[in-house]
Design a protein around this ligand. Structure first.
Ligand code: BEZ
Length: 210
């Protein structure tokens, strides 16, 4: 069965570069960014994992832990890890799951047969502290992801979980947001600062968390 937003992120146990983990225990109380890459010792994946390692503090500031997966073995992950530091300047600082029997990849539908072989495509799941899936994206093997975008989505998810607002196109943390369409402009004026009614359904307001 395919996973949908709001579903519980399936639990699993797996071998990782940091030892065996139970996924839900590993992420307990945190947000998690769980992402797959096609293969070790490949160019785009090397750049992606280095960039993610460089952003570790930014994820930690958001109470988000990072974990990667490919269908390669632990020995391959450990053999490849030094290349990530050498090439990108950022040493691997989060676990990579080894999934040679594809159990976890299949649980999360990370293998897309139309994409050439039985390795994982570039999937990302953002999972909240209650283990609910809050965001999913899937990129083809040939296209590296933008991990600043993952941070931006986490900022939006965390803000919109606490306030009746949405975030507009290309929004970044600290910028103005949009009052819920379910709320009247009068209510919005009582609850938020600096309300600008562009249309009755489009009301910009200051970030209420600021
Ligand atoms: C890469 O990481 O460069 C890559 C991996 C698998 C297929 C295509 C590109």
């Amino acid at each position: 069965m395919s996973l949908r937003l709001g579903d519980e992120a399936p639990n699993f146990t797996a071998d990782t570069t940091d030892g065996k983990i139970d996924f839900h225990e590993w992420k307990a109380g945190s947000w998690a960014v769980f992402f797959s890459h096609p293969a070790d010792f490949t160019p785009v994946c090397t750049t992606e994992l280095g960039r993610t390692a460089a952003l570790k503090d930014a994820f930690a500031e958001r109470n988000a832990k990072i974990i990667a997966l490919s269908v390669d073995s632990i020995d391959d992950h450990r053999g490849w890890a030094p290349d990530i530091g050498e090439v990108t300047g950022s040493e691997l600082n989060f676990p990579i799951i080894a999934d040679p029997d594809r159990t976890v990849s299949e649980l999360y539908d990370m293998i897309h047969p139309g994409e050439g072989d039985t390795s994982t495509v570039r999937s990302v799941f953002v999972i909240d502290p209650d283990n609910k899936i809050k965001m999913m994206l899937t990129y083809p093997k040939s296209t590296g992801r933008n991990f600043d975008e993952i941070l931006r989505v986490i900022d939006s998810l965390q803000l919109t979980a606490g306030y009746e607002v949405s975030t507009p196109v290309d929004w970044n943390k600290g910028e103005r947001v949009i009052a819920s369409p379910a709320m009247s402009t009068e209510d919005a004026r009582e609850r938020f600062a600096n309300v600008e009614e562009v249309k009755p359904y489009l009301r910009y307001v200051d970030d209420p968390s600021a």
